[in-house]
Write a protein that binds this ligand. Structure first.
Ligand SMILES: [Zn+2]
Length: 476
């Protein structure tokens, strides 16, 4: 039976009769003041939602040996309690159920518990599509494609990625809201380039550009933005910050995959770089630049850049400078391993040149103890993207397994945290310790002695947890 009352404007209002305890009180109040009824209903709803939120759930992972993201060795057999999204307790003695917490137990069976992997140079929107699809394709489709790739990324054990160019804000939001399965995303938004620089994918027929005129397709979708003066740079940087960028990416020199920029060119002037850095620092964050050559790297450092992406063609003086100034090297193990994406001959030539520098740069980074982060930078290749973990294993030629695992967890997390107040996920990442955010992998074996476990995540990662939530569990 429906109760019929009238609103202030005299029109009928229907409220279904129910046994809800608030009903009588609401109806009494309603007769006095509709606004107050709305407020009380709102409070009741908020209380119900809050009650749901405060129903605390926990996970106890029993009998695991821990790689904590920093150490060279595994812990003694331990138990780990995760409450909400945080690691609450780590103990070598059994952890009892706590009052008021619904606990799920996972029997680790002596396996290794480690932090989720972090890829510090990833392109959530550009890893899987072809260049043509990424630039000219239907936006709905490319977003769905990136969503599928985000799920695959998390299933490879990568629980966080630093996105270094591409319109990733929408996907990031969908992941954070739980609509799409994927890693934590530290977005740069559009990479910022100059006319003819790395990331300028326009065709010659789109020239000349009229300042303040029509934007190109890649700019409309916020994939990369062209800026040819300090003022233009400032505008483009501030736009990315408005959209939620956790750091800013500029291309300071030529690149492999772009159509117009030879590797040797240095692109932004020091003034332009400074404009970007100032705008980013005003927002408490930093600028990272794509740069291979000594001139591009050195100019970026002179302007105040904190991180260099790639660096494969650096020389000794540049390495020394990076070490002295504490500049991060975000490195990718580009080698001729038969997995290069399809490329035009001119681009292939540039890629070969980069390959020749890989060995030398690693030697310099070791010699001068440069702060080294790991990333993959897989672009435009669905098959290549499946090799994300294998890229870390590839570096075993130069680094021990503990060094690599540290790099891809604790050290990479240190780099993510340069975002300061723009960090979208405040809290400790890349660590298995009390108080850290619960991004965890349960590994079938000991990766500290067998790094190859990382390249077959489907088989070897038994449990994948991100932000306290289990996304994969092969155990009973
Ligand atoms: Zn890249």
């Amino acid at each position: 039976m429906a109760l019929v009352e009238t609103k202030f404007d005299g029109s009928p209002l229907h409220i279904e009769r129910s046994d809800h305890p608030y009903r009588r009180a609401i109806m009494q109040l309603y007769r006095k003041n509709l606004l107050r009824v709305i407020l009380i209903l709102g409070c009741a709803t908020a209380q119900a939602v809050h009650a749901q939120d405060s129903q605390v759930t926990g996970v106890i992972i029993e009998d695991v040996r821990i790689f904590d993201g920093r150490s060279d060795r595994l812990s003694a057999p331990s138990n780990v309690l995760v409450v909400g999204n945080v690691i609450k307790t780590i103990s070598t003695t059994p952890i009892a159920d706590a009052a008021g917490i619904t606990v799920r137990r996972i029997r680790g069976g002596g396996r290794t518990l480690m932090p989720g992997l972090i890829d510090n140079h990833w392109h959530t929107m550009l890893a899987r599509p072809s260049p043509k699809e990424a630039i000219e394709g239907d936006l709905g489709y490319t977003n769905l494609l990136a969503g599928a790739e985000a799920q695959a990324t998390l299933m490879r054990g990568f629980t966080a990625v630093r996105d270094l160019g591409g319109p990733s804000f929408g996907l990031k939001r969908a992941i954070d809201e739980g609509l799409v399965v994927g890693p934590r995303v530290y977005p740069s938004g559009a990479m910022i380039t100059i006319t003819g620089g790395h990331g300028d994918f326009r065709s010659p027929s789109e020239l000349p550009r009229q300042l303040g005129g029509k934007l190109s397709r890649m700019e409309v979708v916020n994939g990369s933005m062209v800026a040819d003066s300090p003022d233009e740079v400032r505008v483009r940087v501030r736009e990315q910050l408005l959209l939620g960028a956790s750091q800013i990416k500029l291309t300071a020199g030529g690149g492999v995959a772009s159509p117009h920029s030879p590797l040797d060119v240095s692109t932004f002037t020091e003034d332009e770089l400074r404009a970007a850095i100032q705008a980013a620092e005003n927002w408490g964050t930093y600028v990272t630049v794509h740069a291979y050559t000594p001139i591009a790297i050195q100019r970026a450092i002179a302007a105040g850049v904190k991180v260099i992406e790639h660096g494969h063609l650096m020389d000794e003086a540049t390495a020394k400078l990076m070490a002295e100034k504490g500049i991060w090297l975000s490195f990718q193990p580009f080698t001729d391993d038969g997995f290069a994406p399809p490329m035009a001959p001119a681009n292939m030539l540039r890629l070969r040149q980069v390959w020749t520098g890989t060995e030398q740069t690693i030697a310099l980074a070791k010699k001068y103890n440069i702060k080294m982060a790991f990333g993959t930078d897989i672009l435009f290749s669905a098959a290549g993207a499946t090799r994300q973990g294998a890229e870390l294993v590839k570096m075993h030629k130069w680094y021990s397994a503990p060094e690599l695992l540290r790099m891809a967890t604790g050290t990479n997390a240190d780099l993510l945290k340069l975002s300061g107040p723009r960090d979208p996920y405040p809290g400790k990442l890349g660590a298995v310790e009390e108080g850290a955010l619960a991004d965890l992998l349960l590994v079938n074996g000991d990766p500290l002695t067998n790094i190859k476990l990382v390249q077959d995540p489907e088989k070897n990662f038994m449990v994948i947890m991100k932000d306290g939530k289990i996304f994969k569990n092969l155990l009973p």
